[in-house]
Design a protein around this ligand. Structure first.
Ligand code: NAD
Length: 293
């Protein structure tokens, strides 16, 4: 397999780079932060000093970047991939980004003989480092097939949901649902507590019933009820994803009251829950895990 560049070596990109390396892939990493580049070099990942150096050897580039604006800057900004890469480059954007940005960048890359697919991920830093992430993929059949060996080295489950941008639409919907489930589950936990039912026992009950969700089955026992709040996914990133969701709705002229109510609570939470806190902390707007029912 040719050299794979990984741009963005944070909570997710670090794990992806290490998983690729473990699978025998030649990896060349890059991050804007010198200390992050140094940390990954210390873990044995080859590091490029800049994007021009990375583009000189990588035929496929994985992006794991915070926002759509930063993805745009890295791909199409001055000194970006469009400027430095050779025809034939395939860009795999695993960031949670805006589908309009993705489609626009895919067109710009195509005009230069390059291509892009979107493959946003679930599974958190643990999924990235153990190569057990889930990917929802948007792209042409040919581009997805070309990326498949790289995708397989980073993930356990892959669903090709449509053309370029479809992965990001699906990921945004997934995270809107997760954001809403966190709020409804917080209310459920409080309701149990106020009713004199042990929250953990109530969850056991609903997890055997039709009210269950990823939040009630995974987040609650792993990061909430035990007070750990160490999932590796921050309030800042989830607030960004919820905003991507409301942007998607307003761009389509859609009014959806349930998503809108959840989005308002997430936006308001900026006043009381800091950006760097774990995203599961949103439950504390209703429920304190320390308080026993
Ligand atoms: P992070 O902030 O930990 O890492 C992002 C990295 O990108 C940082 O190391 C930063 O220095 C680097 N970066 C920023 N601007 C850059 C630039 N111009 N050039 C090169 N590098 C640059 O974020 P993360 O948690 O790893 O998330 C990355 C993406 O994955 C986000 O879009 C996020 O929404 C998504 N995501 C995260 C999780 C999670 O659990 N953390 C889960 C699923 C999806």
């Amino acid at each position: 397999m040719a050299t794979v560049g990984v741009i963005g070596l944070g909570n997710m990109g670090r794990g992806m780079a290490l998983s690729l390396k473990r699978a025998g892939v030649a990896v060349l990493g890059y991050d804007a932060m010198p200390e992050t580049r140094g940390a990954l070099a210390a873990e044995g990942v080859d590091i490029a000093a800049d994007l021009a150096t990375l583009c000189a050897s990588a035929e496929l580039v994985v992006l794991s970047l915070p926002t759509a604006a930063i993805v745009e800057e890295v791909v199409a900004g001055p000194d970006g991939l469009l400027e430095h890469a050779k025809p034939g480059l395939l860009v795999v954007d695993t960031s949670t980004s805006h589908p309009d940005t993705t489609r626009k960048l895919a067109k710009a890359l195509e005009a230069k003989g390059m291509a892009m697919i979107d493959a946003p991920v679930s599974g958190g830093p643990k999924g990235a480092i153990t190569a057990t992430m889930t990917m929802v993929i948007g792209g042409s059949d040919a581009d997805v097939a070309r990326a498949m060996p790289t995708l397989e080295a980073m993930s356990a489950t892959r669903v090709h949901v449509g053309p370029v941008g479809a992965g990001h639409v699906t990921k945004i919907i997934n995270n809107l649902l997760c954001a809403a489930h966190l709020l409804t589950t917080a209310e459920a936990l409080r309701l149990a507590q106020e009713s004199g039912v042990e929250p953990a026992r109530m969850l056991e009950g609903i997890n055997a019933g039709s009210g269950r969700s990823g939040v009630s089955q995974v987040n609650a026992p792993t990061w909430i009820l035990n007070g750990a709040f160490n999932s590796g996914f921050t309030m800042k990133l989830m607030r960004k994803d919820v905003k991507l969701g409301t942007d998607l709705l307003s761009g389509l002229g859609l009014e959806m009251p349930m998503f809108a109510a959840a989005a308002d609570i997430w936006a308001d939470s900026a006043a009381s829950i800091a950006d760097g806190e774990d995203f599961n902390r949103i439950v504390e707007t209703q429920f304190s895990p320390a308080k026993k029912g």
